[in-house]
Design a protein around this ligand. Structure first.
Ligand code: GDD
Ligand code: MN
Length: 364
């Protein structure tokens, strides 16, 4: 009989079809005599990574698959993978063979001494290295690392690492406080721990990817900012709302640009110019929110068209509420600017709540 797993290796995947079988083989070689299992958490990759993992699972019961549908996100994938296993020790590791699986045994030995909560695979401690990273990416990584140190409460030389092993009970204590935005899962877990984590580090050298490509585009920087914001003010204001309000603020700039262009420069009637400016601003808000605020629930194809229509409707009601509230306050002798501000606040909150429900809540 196969022994229940003591160690679960959670591997988030998106388009890693070719890497999955290689990783399982390498992990098996790296952990002789240890009862392990590997849990692939795949976000419905177009290259059918999940099917490839299932094919392996049919031949080896230590391989398991969790396929998510209609959602994206590295951190949330890791969290759900950890919650899908019973193993008392869990590791998180990339699928693309960039993380050196040969240190897994040393990490496991270290964590089992039970005097630490977390063992980080680190590129920065003595003996570790960045591999073949470009100078600019190394610089950016170092800068982000400095920022992160303020949040983790524990010194971790490589808080951006996506390679780690931890005790389940330590993870469970962080769970209720996690942000799960973006891809900095280690930072999130450390910053969310009610009591600072006891951390050990094991060095390794980051390898170069052979198959597939990196999913971390330039917007990951924005996700990182969102994570930082959530950790700083998230208990007061939801980060999504902050992002939504920031996009709204930018929408005002767009509105006035278009208005000035049409009314002042092209001499269009004010009504026409104002209508056009409103339409352009609403559309730009829609696309920016779809890209930044709802990156994890991004609409595409027909969903994008449907979303745009519903967003326009939501905003039309929001504008009516804005004018209604401001007008009522003004007619009851409120100061004009305060009346306007109250109207704007009402419409922003209305637009946020309603669009969260009607525009970005996926029903497929
Ligand atoms: N389920 C899921 N959903 N998996 C994802 C997603 C997603 O939206 N995006 C990426 N992945 C998976 C990839 O398939 C891969 O296995 C792993 O997450 C890391 O993604 P890469 O695209 O290879 O990231 P990277 O190599 O640029 O960055 C890595 O190194 C950074 C520096 O240490 C990651 O480990 C980062 O977390 C880490 O900060
Ligand atoms: Mn990678």
């Amino acid at each position: 009989m196969m022994l229940p797993a003591q160690l679960a290796i959670v591997v988030p995947t998106f388009n890693e079809r070719q890497n999955v079988p290689l990783l399982v083989e390498l992990v098996g070689k790296a952990l002789p005599g240890i009862a392990w299992e590997i849990v692939f958490v795949d976000d419905d990759s177009p290259d059918e990574t999940a099917a490839a993992a299932r094919a392996l699972a049919l031949a080896d019961p230590r391989v398991r698959v969790l396929q998510r549908y209609g959602r994206r996100g590295l951190s949330s994938a890791c969290v759900e993978g950890i919650l899908a296993t019973a193993a008392p020790y869990v590791a998180i590791m990339d699928a693309d063979l960039q993380h050196d699986e040969t240190i897994l045994a040393a990490m496991y030995e270290r964590i089992r001494r039970d005097d630490v909560d977390l063992v980080v695979g680190s590129r920065y401690v003595e003996g570790g290295g960045m591999g073949e990273w470009s100078e600019s990416r190394q610089k950016m990584s170092r800068f982000a690392t400095k920022l992160a140190l303020h949040l983790t409460k524990t010194p971790i030389s490589d808080p951006m690492s996506g390679f780690m092993m931890m005790r389940r009970d330590a993870f469970m204590r962080s769970l209720p406080h996690l942000s799960t935005v973006g891809f900095k899962i280690l930072l999130d877990i450390a910053a969310s721990a009610p009591v600072p984590l006891r951390v050990a580090e094991v060095p390794y050298t980051f390898r170069t990817r052979q198959y597939g490509e990196s999913k971390l585009d330039s917007l990951v920087l924005w996700e990182y900012v969102q994570l930082l914001m959530d950790k700083m003010v998230g208990h007061l204001i939801p980060v999504r709302f902050l992002s939504f309000a920031m996009v709204g603020g930018f929408g005002v700039v767009v509105h006035f640009t278009v208005l000035t262009l049409l009314f002042k420069l092209l001499g269009q009637p004010f009504g026409t110019a104002q209508t056009a400016a409103t339409l352009v601003a609403i559309s730009s808000n829609f696309f920016l929110n779809n890209m930044f605020t709802y990156r994890d629930k991004r609409l595409t194809g027909w969903g994008l068209v449907r979303g745009w229509v519903s967003f326009n409707l939501v905003c039309a009601f929001g504008a009516a509420a804005n004018v209604g509230v401001a007008d009522w306050l003004f007619s009851h002798r409120s100061y004009w600017a305060l009346s306007a501000l109250a109207g704007i606040t009402v419409s922003v909150v209305w637009n946020y709540v309603m669009s969260a429900f009607f525009t970005w809540q996926k029903k497929r």
